[in-house]
Design a protein around this ligand. Structure first.
Ligand code: NAD
Length: 501
């Protein structure tokens, strides 16, 4: 009964919400110069929540000019690291104070369960801001080991105006916690371009930056379509750096835009097709089954490092798959505003249809659909797909090669460890990989052989702000999280002082 009451409370709060829906430029909310807007839809019922300012090149010009002015003034870029730290911590605590509202916005906007918006997304954004705030006054620059009668200082400087183009699957967490936090901590002026499917939290939280003491123009948000606002930002001659998270396809365009314009530096966090290898000596099949299920069904499968390919040794395949199917039953989609819900709605109708298209492709190429694969809860008007499992998948099938970004697991059987590694690496992606074995030697061998930026052993999706995250191959380059992320938003300057005179 308590859960039902809570669900009703969330629904009542949702009904009473008002939405910030403009761009945030130079310390104020403004409409797009064209006056145009686009509809922001709740994917759990297909209804319009609000209209969002649809920024394009002219608005991006305005934001870049404001960011450049603010950067050049030096109030932020030359502020002591200690003082930037205090302001970023205040930004984090203001976001924390608005956690319920922001979690609700996230759930309404992109369909994820309120349980996870509250437990993962908003705390993740807060944690990222606090982590980089804490780090920035503890980083020292270097003195190079030159000859004795010279002094060569190697110092970090903020790169300048940073554009951050982000996806919709963890909107505030990635935009603020993984990207804006290190960029701001390093002293840059920042312009966030949220995904058009999920702009609400980035817009709402932007004004809190002012209250935190971050100067006007240092933190800006330009909502808009990728082809308009995103492209204009990446092509802009006065943007020094783009931090991008999104698909490999758009990542390739971002590199082209950088080349066509001012050779701005680019970092890309792109897609994945992560292999989850379960060897016959897996320490505990039930633990592995649960991790495999959450690894692909968490966040409706809309996760870059989702373990979308299960590569399992023949001897344990049947038992493991049976256990995964049992988890699939428990993780059926339901109302995202119900605190008991584990799986919510797909982000929008197009994406739902795209995922269902991959299901059709899997069936037509000969894989065996064991569960799911259909739209459910259609009567709600929302876009729901249940956990979907294909057995008998070959690694050259479309569902094993292309990123589906939905709750679709491809089960691939292998004969031994060597074949598992070969299949795991047979992909254009290299974001993450998992291996389950009780043999420490095998674990190390497999981990070394896997071409992926993150390898989990006997676990899935464990991490910490201190651990770098990013990909090999077409999963991109550059790393989010950890101290290494700061380097993406800094220039290294060498100052050589001749002491021989
Ligand atoms: P997407 O590439 O379609 O969009 C990402 C962002 O780019 C959005 O803000 C979008 O508006 C913008 N964009 C689109 N076209 C553009 C263009 N021509 N020029 C400039 N910007 C443009 O990706 P998505 O559908 O929002 O997100 C899903 C993808 O993100 C998946 O591939 C997923 O794997 C990836 N992702 C990667 C990570 C990671 O850390 N590696 C994390 C989360 C998501």
């Amino acid at each position: 009964m308590a859960d039902v009451d809570s669900q009703q409370q969330w629904q009542a709060r949702a009904a009473a919400l008002s939405f910030a829906n403009q761009a945030f430029i130079d310390g104020e909310y403004v409409d797009a110069l064209s006056g145009e807007s686009f509809a922001c839809i709740n994917p759990a019922n297909g209804q319009v929540l609000t209209s969002i300012a649809s920024c394009a090149a002219a608005d991006v010009d305005r934001a870049v000019a404001a960011a450049r002015r603010a950067f050049e003034k030096g109030h932020w870029s030359r502020m002591s690291a200690k003082d930037r730290k205090v302001r970023l911590q205040k930004f984090a605590s203001l976001i924390e104070r608005h956690a319920d509202e922001l979690a609700l916005l996230e759930t309404l906007d992109m369909g994820k369960p309120i349980k996870y918006s509250l437990a993962a997304d908003i705390p993740g954004a807060v944690k990222g801001l606090n982590w980089y705030a804490e780090v920035i006054d503890k980083i020292y620059d270097d003195i190079a080991p030159t000859r004795a009668d010279a002094l060569a200082l190697v110092t970090r400087e903020p790169v300048g105006v940073v554009g951050l183009i982000v996806p919709w699957n963890f909107p505030l967490y990635l935009a603020y916690g993984w990207k804006a936090a290190p960029a701001l901590a390093a002293g840059n002026a920042v312009i966030v371009k949220p995904a058009e499917q999920s702009p609400l939290t980035a817009i709402r939280a932007a004004e809190l930056s002012l209250e935190a003491g971050i100067p006007e123009g240092i933190f800006n948000v330009v909502p808009g379509l990728g082809e308009a606002a995103g492209k204009a930002l990446a092509l802009h001659p006065d943007v020094d750096c783009i931090g991008f998270t999104g698909s490999t396809e758009v990542g390739k365009l971002i590199m082209q835009y950088a080349g066509q314009s001012n050779l701005k530096r680019v970092s890309l966090e792109c897609g994945g097709k992560s292999p989850n290898i379960v060897l016959a000596d897996c320490p505990d099949l039930e633990t592995a089954a649960k991790a495999v299920a959450f690894g692909i069904f968490f966040n409706q499968g809309e996760v870059c490092n989702a373990g979308s390919r299960l590569i399992v040794e023949e001897a344990v395949k049947d038992e493991l798959v049976e256990r995964i199917l049992a988890w699939s039953e428990k993780l059926q989609p339901a109302d995202p505003l119900d605190p008991a819900t584990e799986m919510g709605a797909m982000v929008d109708k197009n994406h739902m249809n795209r995922v269902l298209g991959f299901v059709d492709r899997g069936t037509s190429e000969g894989a065996a659909l064991l569960t799911g694969g259909n739209r459910v809860r259609e009567e709600t008007g929302g876009y729901f797909i249940p956990p979907t499992v294909f057995d008998g998948v070959r690694n050259d099938m479309t569902i094993a090669q292309e990123e589906i970004f939905g709750p679709v697991l491809a089960v691939i059987t292998c004969a031994d460890m060597d074949e598992a590694v070969r299949l795991a690496n047979d992909t254009v992606y290299g974001l993450a990989a998992e291996v389950w074995t009780r043999d420490i030697t095998k674990a190390h061998k497999v981990a070394r052989a896997l071409r992926a930026g993150f390898v989990y052993v006997n676990s899935f999706d464990q991490s910490d702000m201190s651990t770098p995250f990013g990909g090999y191959k077409q999963s991109g380059f550059g790393r989010d999280k950890s101290i290494h992320a700061i380097d993406k938003y800094c220039e290294l300057k060498t100052t050589w002082i001749e002491l021989s005179g």
